[in-house]
Design a protein around this ligand. Structure first.
Ligand SMILES: Cc1ncc(COP(=O)(O)O)c(C=O)c1O
Length: 340
């Protein structure tokens, strides 16, 4: 770990480095279907190891580190009902001996049979998190403030982790992960590469961009918007996070044009399934034996495949799909995959 990261408290949670493997069967399938395929790799951040894994585990190492340094005894976070972030936060809190309270907003208009009981929600219960479900239309800030105040009134010391663990502290972890990916590519002798991944609250992409600025060379970064209708506003937010992360690392801010955020793969909205997502999840499962998820990585993989088919990447560029996790979400969307 380079010296820039040493001032920040870190509570180890993840199995690192995560594997970087080649997807040869997927690549062959793309070529057979008529599009030339570059070398395709997958970075397995679904294998970070904490209660189902995922990208939030890396962020939580720094966030829980900070919470412990501040003497907190309770972690409060928020997200949608099927939040992978909330599930990993509950697990991280448990591993650190802290209480967790999850304020989950019922904002996705998906009416699947198990959406409001299974998947991540089930695991939250198993992990012993206190789940507070908030109905649509409720003032989010007021709901979170009231939970924080209630914990304080009971003598607790809460630490708030924002949506997706996406503040500069959380994003430090993806600045660090950028070095991990770049080192692995260097070891394989791959000079030119691009990381493609699902982008939502922006901490993953903002951190990677700050990591690229810190290293000064290495793979390009390409986010796929799976979150907001307004891609430009989202890209501005990612740039702000990258800048704040660079500030923490005491390096110059990355330029705004370092943010590549692709739209066209969100469908009706956050958490709403698309036919391309189902196709991508099934293709990667059947060709590589790797499980993606319906909300993030499935849509990102649909985008990844579409961009390859459209010839959007340079022929000599290796592509690294960053698998950010989310597999428990499959159980909340069973109807999309059970067609019989
Ligand atoms: C599985 C998965 N992939 C990707 C993301 C997006 O990461 P970020 O919020 O850092 O943009 C999330 C965030 O919740 C996620 O759960």
């Amino acid at each position: 770990m380079s010296a820039e990261f040493s001032p920040f408290p870190r509570f180890r949670l993840a199995h690192l480095p995560t594997p970087l493997t080649e997807m040869t069967q997927l690549s062959r399938t793309i070529s057979e279907r008529g599009a030339p395929s570059p070398r395709l790799f997958i970075k397995r951040d679904d294998c970070t190891g904490l209660a189902g894994g995922g990208n939030k585990t890396r962020k939580l190492e720094f966030l829980i580190g900070e919470a412990l340094a501040q003497g907190a005894d309770t972690i409060v976070t928020t997200g949608a009902l099927q939040s992978n972030h909330a599930r990993q936060t509950a697990a991280a809190a448990a591993a650190a001996g802290l209480r967790s309270v999850l304020v989950l907003f019922d904002i996705v208009p998906y009416e699947g049979r198990l959406y409001r009981s299974s998947g991540n929600l089930l695991i939250d219960e198993v992990l012993g998190a206190e789940v507070r479900i908030v109905q649509p239309g409720t003032d989010a800030v007021a709901a979170i403030r009231s939970v924080m105040a209630e914990i304080e009134a009971d003598g607790g010391k809460p630490y708030f982790v924002p949506t997706g663990g996406s503040n500069a502290t959380g994003s430090l972890s993806y600045a660090l992960a950028y070095g991990e990916i770049a080192d692995a590519l260097d070891a394989l002798g791959i000079g030119k590469a691009r990381i493609v991944h699902a982008s939502s609250s922006g901490g993953t992409q903002g951190g990677l961009i700050a990591g690229a600025a810190l290293r000064g060379k290495g793979p390009a970064i390409h986010g796929i918007n799976v979150y907001r209708i307004d891609t430009k506003a989202m890209a501005d937010g990612i740039h702000k996070l990258a800048t704040e992360t660079a500030n923490l690392l005491r390096i110059p801010a990355p330029p705004r044009d370092a943010v590549h955020l692709e739209d066209g793969f969100l469908g009706e909205g956050y958490g709403m399934p698309t036919a391309a997502m189902v196709e991508a999840v099934e293709l990667v499962a059947r060709k590589e034996g790797i499980l993606l998820d319906p909300v993030y990585t499935g849509k990102a993989m649909a985008g990844f495949l579409a961009l390859i088919r459209a010839g959007r990447f340079a022929d000599d560029e290796a592509l690294v799909f960053l698998h950010t996790g989310g597999m428990p979400g499959l159980f909340a969307y069973e109807e999309e995959f059970l067609r019989a």
